[in-house]
Structure formats: C-alpha cells, structure tokens
Write a protein that binds this ligand. Structure first.
Ligand code: NAD
Ligand code: DAU
Length: 350
C-alpha cells in the first residue's frame, strides 16, 4: 500500500491531484501537507475531506522536524511535491519568500526523504512538479523540449530552476529515485484570482478594469488543470526515474486574444450585450522581465504514455467560467482581506 505525501495539496493544482488520487486509489493513503499560505485553501477539498484514505497535516515544508514526524507517523513511501510560492508578480515584490519555500523547502524535503528511505531508495519515488518557465522565453517560433537549456528570468522561475537542479542532484549523488515534470500554464476551477484567467473572470463579474500587461501580445500555452492531474498520475506510476517530462496544452494564446475570448464567453453567460465586457480592457504597465512566449513540446509524454489534453480550450474555459459563476462564495472568501491589499499594491498607478 502506497502512503503518498502530497505537498501543497490545498492549492490550485495540488487540490486536483489530491482529489484524483483519493478517489481513484482507495487503497493508497494520501497525506496532504500544506502550510496554508494565502494560496492554500481547504475549501478546495471539502468534497473529499472525510474520505477514509485522506489526511490533512498543516505543515511547512521548510520545517524538517514537522516533515520527519509526518514520515514517521504515516510511513510515507512516496512524495508528489507541489508546494511552492507560485506567482511571478509576487516573486518580483518578495523574492526571498520564493527562495525559502521553493529552494530551501525542496532541499529540506529531499533531506528528509534521503534520511528516512536510506538503504531502500529504489522502492520510493520523489516526484517534483515544476514549470516551463525555467526554460526562459521563446521568440515567434520553436518549442521547449526536455533538452532546452535552463534560462529563468523571474525570481519565481529562478527558484523553480534551482529546485529542479537540486532534485536531479539527489538522483545523481544519492540515488534517490526522482521524476521531474515541467508544465505550461494551468487554468480551471479553484484557480487563485491573482493569475490571469481567474483575475479576469473575477473583474468581469465585478465590472472592474481588465489589466492587460504591455502590448498584450505575450503568449502562453494553456492546459486544463484536470489534464495536468491526469499527466501527474501517469508519471507518478510510469515515469522513469531520473527523467524529466514536459507537459503542455498544444494550445497557445496571445493574452489579448484570450481576454477577448473570455469577455465573449462571459457576456453570453451573464446575459450582457456582446462587446460589453471587452470595454473593460485596459492596457497597463508591463511586468519587468516579462517572458514573451512559452510553448511546450509534449511529444515525449505523448509517445511514451499516450497522454494528451482531453478537453479543448473553449470547453475547458467554459467549464471554468461556469465553476466560478456557481462558486461565488469561494470567490468572495479568497478575494476578501489580504487579497484586496495585494491587488491595490500590484495594480494601483500601473
Ligand atoms: P498555488 O499557489 O495555487 O498553491 C501552492 C500551495 O502550496 C498552497 O496550498 C500553499 O499553501 C502551499 N505552500 C506554499 N508554501 C508552502 C510551504 N512553505 N510549505 C507547505 N506548503 C506551502 O500553486 P499552483 O498553481 O497550484 O502550483 C502548484 C505547483 O505547480 C507549484 O510547484 C508550481 O510551481 C507548479 N506549476 C504551476 C503551474 C500553474 O500554471 N499554476 C504550471 C506549472 C507548474
Ligand atoms: O508557465 C507556467 C507558469 O504559469 C506557472 O509556473 C506559474 O506558477 C503560473 O503563475 C503561470 O505563470 P505566468 O506568469 O505565465 O501566469 P500569469 O497568470 O501570472 O500571467 C499569464 C500572462 O498574463 C503573462 O503574460 C502575464 C499576463 N498578465 C497577468 C496578470 C496577472 C496580464 O496581462 N495581466 C495580469 O493582471
């Protein structure tokens, strides 16, 4: 029986991974360790919180004593590591938070795994969830492959790149079995409204300006979060130790085109005249160090395991908007208090 420690399980992607594993693998014990920062929210998991194979532990991954005692208490056999500071704009405001959690926190987890699994590394897996941002920026053409040289530009991506290097170093040096996956931009239910899509949905609902950075022609490759969770499930069970896998949506959008599509879908769903929400679009000062384009070549995971996205972007976006419109209390809870001061600081005078 596997006893899997999922870190960051109360966050956006983590909650979808926890739900999938709890429901699909009743014989596994799923231990969700999360520090419940501003981005962690147990309301993301109310549907599975009473499942017999699920346990929540409030813990900081930097706290070696706390993580060690979780290992001892449950006999942790494997780790799926998602806990991180994840927002680029916040990393520009407070880089140290990203070094502490993403770098030091990852090394702390690796150290606990190294100690607790000593002598039996081959029977345990440390699966590290990373991002395509470590590869830097593309021009108008080309794709990131698993061989693309790391070239991070933001404190966030630099901290994720450092954590990826440490994970690989523990494979090479100590023989800890590791898998790393680098995924493109996720979207879907439970997405925290500091990121582009949920922020725009929230602002459209509230008739607030839609702040598009720079010329709006920055490009991202979007993947529905449940498809990322499916890929993580596959790689956890079948990924080869020491390997890296890229995960992407085959779905590139310029930000301004995406925001216009969102406005169109939301006008329909909210019963507004076509063109109403698009009038809220406001070009604002650019993000410093803004990467022009990300695009993933996900052919390795596709060829090895047959994985590909299961929903089209239009379907996924429509499901996402529907989720936000039917979960207004969730949205109100996460946008009250500290969110308001972050938002004012980030967007005033922009
Ligand atoms: P998120 O910000 O929504 O959630 C992060 C979670 O980690 C939160 O629940 C938070 O409470 C927890 N956490 C933060 N610091 C912690 C600490 N020190 N100890 C324990 N828990 C802590 O992030 P997300 O968007 O769900 O991203 C999850 C992972 O996936 C991250 O590693 C991120 O780098 C990676 N990723 C995200 C995307 C994306 O588009 N969101 C794409 C590729 C990779
Ligand atoms: O590529 C994967 C990464 O995607 C993840 O590793 C990160 O955790 C995740 O936050 C995301 O990073 P991005 O910086 O690409 O996502 P964000 O939603 O912040 O921004 C997407 C694009 O939209 C980017 O070009 C900046 C732009 N943007 C963003 C915000 C918040 C705006 O134009 N206006 C905004 O208000």
């Amino acid at each position: 029986m596997k006893k899997i420690l999922i870190t960051g399980g109360a966050g956006f992607i983590g909650s979808h991974v926890v739900r999938r594993f709890v429901n699909k693998y009743p014989l596994y014990l799923i231990v969700n360790a999360d520090a419940l920062t501003y981005a962690g929210n147990l309301e993301n998991l109310t549907d599975i919180e009473d499942s017999p194979n699920y346990i929540f532990e409030k813990a900081d991954i930097k706290d070696i004593a706390a993580i060690s005692s979780i290992f001892d208490k449950y006999g942790i056999t494997d780790i799926i590591h998602l806990a991180a500071e994840s927002h680029v704009d916040r990393s520009i405001l407070s880089p140290f938070d990203f070094v502490y959690t993403n770098v030091i926190g990852t090394v702390a987890l690796l150290e606990v795994a190294k100690e607790k699994w000593k002598g039996e590394y081959k029977s345990h897996l440390f699966y590290h969830i990373s991002t395509d941002e470590v590869f830097g920026a593309l021009g108008d053409t080309g794709l990131f492959t698993e061989e693309t040289r790391y070239d991070p530009h933001s404190p966030y991506s630099a901290s994720k790149a450092a954590s990826d290097h440490f994970v690989r170093a523990y494979f090479d040096t100590y023989g800890i079995q590791t898998v790393v996956s680098n995924c493109s931009n996720n979207y879907g239910p439970n997405h925290f409204p500091e990121k582009l899509i949920p922020l725009m949905i929230n602002n459209i609902i509230n008739n607030k300006p839609l702040p598009v950075y720079g010329d709006g022609k920055y490009t991202r490759d979007w993947l529905f979060v449940k498809d990322h969770a499916i890929a993580i499930d596959l790689l956890f069970h079948q990924g080869r130790a020491g390997e890296t896998y890229n995960i992407g949506g085959f779905n590139e959008w310029k930000n301004i085109d995406l925001v216009n599509l969102l406005c169109k879908q939301m006008d329909e769903k909210l019963g507004r005249q076509p063109g109403t929400s698009a009038q809220l679009i406001t070009y604002v000062k650019d993000r410093p160090g803004h990467d022009r384009r990300y695009a993933i070549d996900a052919s390795k995971i596709n060829k090895e395991f047959g994985w590909k996205p299961s929903v089209t972007f239009e379907e996924g976006l429509s499901q996402t908007i529907d989720w936000f419109l039917s979960n207004k209390t969730w949205l109100e809870h996460v946008t009250s208090g500290a969110y308001t001061s972050y938002y004012d600081h980030q967007y005033e005078n922009r």
